[in-house]
Design a protein around this ligand. Structure first.
Ligand SMILES: *[C@@H]1O[C@H](CO)[C@@H](O)[C@H](O)[C@H]1NC(C)=O
Ligand SMILES: *[C@@H]1O[C@H](CO)[C@@H](O)[C@H](O)[C@H]1NC(C)=O
Ligand SMILES: *[C@@H]1O[C@H](CO)[C@@H](O)[C@H](O)[C@H]1NC(C)=O
Ligand SMILES: *[C@@H]1O[C@H](CO)[C@@H](O)[C@H](O)[C@H]1NC(C)=O
Ligand SMILES: *[C@@H]1O[C@H](CO)[C@@H](O)[C@H](O)[C@H]1NC(C)=O
Length: 317
């Protein structure tokens, strides 16, 4: 298979149909301060952006690279299915300078790479170990790149280096709420029968693995421009993720990050690449926003270059 990566455009619009992108858990008030000023004329609260949000909006076009084990299977991801064989992952023509040239040709100023998607395959080397249920045997997170055919290749590190050479700002996508290897959907271990290759862990183990891996990818690759919380985060992980983000990557703009980040961005509510009009940078709903909201949370409009809302490369014809 050719090194099939997909460059997906993110239009950062001046404001925000597909349930996947929603925060799955309603926010019960934010522990983060809202930034606004009071209008001396009317007394209403006027939302204020952070410098990081403004800088991010000025980038206008970014690239979201969906490259992971799902690139090598016929389905667009994994959900309740047997675990794709790790030896399928084999990017033997891997060249991140080539990715970056495509970004430059497009006029993108930033890029986000999928580190871990719903299949659970982690494209970063990881030191995380965890106990299996029910007997507690501790194993490494071996559904990860160092157990694949390209052990030793540092995809995230190469991506960051190539981007930095051309002043493209970087970020990572790591799904907190889905992991087919762990039988997790909507952030929760599912009660169904395990599929071949899936591992059995407790909810507490899963939550710990997520936090440890976020710490790894947020501390090993420099300053991140953007962090993607696709599907949001669970209420159980809200406080620890808030603390970790504040500690390691407080400057990053966080897609779906309202409630955990000082620099949140919201989903526009469609993956068709067409935003509602008008489209406000205020408000936290997944639509055109709310001009009267005291919360500055600009919208991001992600769309795939392939037909049928496909996010991982597939040979359609
Ligand atoms: C995974 O694929 C490799 C290489 O084709 C094969 O040797 C191995 O048996 C497969 N593993 C499973 C569990 O099917
Ligand atoms: C998974 O572990 C739990 C204990 O945490 C146990 O009750 C359950 O039977 C195990 N499931 C499988 C499929 O082994
Ligand atoms: C991961 O470790 C488990 C437990 O030792 C083993 O059953 C499984 O085959 C390993 N998977 C890979 C991809 O190495
Ligand atoms: C699984 O079953 C347990 C016990 O019935 C329940 O507490 C838990 O909410 C269920 N989890 C899911 C994800 O449905
Ligand atoms: C957002 O709204 C503005 C003002 O109404 C409009 O000019 C613009 O075309 C809209 N953007 C998109 C991407 O639809």
């Amino acid at each position: 298979m050719k090194t099939a990566i997909f460059l997906l455009l993110l239009y950062v619009s001046k404001y925000d149909g597909h349930p996947l992108r929603y925060n799955q858990h309603k926010q019960h008030g934010s522990s983060l301060p809202e930034k606004y000023r009071i209008s001396p004329k009317t007394g209403v609260r006027i939302a204020l952006p952070t410098p990081e949000q403004l800088q991010w909006q000025a980038q206008e076009i970014g690239v979201l690279i969906h490259f992971n084990i799902a690139t090598y299977i016929a389905a667009d991801g994994c959900s309740g299915q047997s675990v794709p064989n790790i030896s399928l992952f084999n990017p033997y023509l891997f060249n991140t300078d080539n990715w970056v040239q495509t970004m430059l040709d497009l006029g993108a100023k930033s890029a986000v790479l999928v580190a871990k998607h719903a299949c659970g395959f982690h494209m970063a080397p990881t030191d995380v170990k965890f106990p299996l249920s029910p007997f507690g045997e501790v194993i490494p997170y071996n559904y990860s790149i160092d157990y694949s055919r390209v052990k030793g290749i540092d995809v995230l590190g190469n991506f960051v280096q190539s981007c930095e050479k051309k002043q493209i700002r970087t970020g990572f996508y790591y799904t907190v709420v889905s992991n087919n290897w762990f039988n997790v959907e909507s952030g929760l271990i599912q009660n169904r029968t395990l599929q071949p290759g899936q591992v059995n862990v407790t909810q507490e183990t899963y939550d710990n693995v997520v936090l440890q891996q976020l710490r790894e990818i947020w501390s090993r690759y420099g300053t991140l421009n953007e962090i993607w919380f696709d599907g949001g985060y669970t209420s159980a992980l809200k406080d620890p993720i808030t603390a970790l983000l504040a500690n390691l990557q407080s400057q990053a703009v966080a897609f779906n990050g309202y409630g955990v980040s000082s620099n949140p961005a919201r989903w526009i509510g469609t993956e068709m690449g067409i935003a509602p009009d008008p489209n406000w940078s205020t408000g936290i709903t997944n639509d055109g926003g709310d001009p009267n909201s005291p919360i500055f949370c600009p919208a991001e409009c992600d769309t795939t270059l392939q037909e049928h809302d496909r996010w991982f490369w597939v040979q359609l014809y």
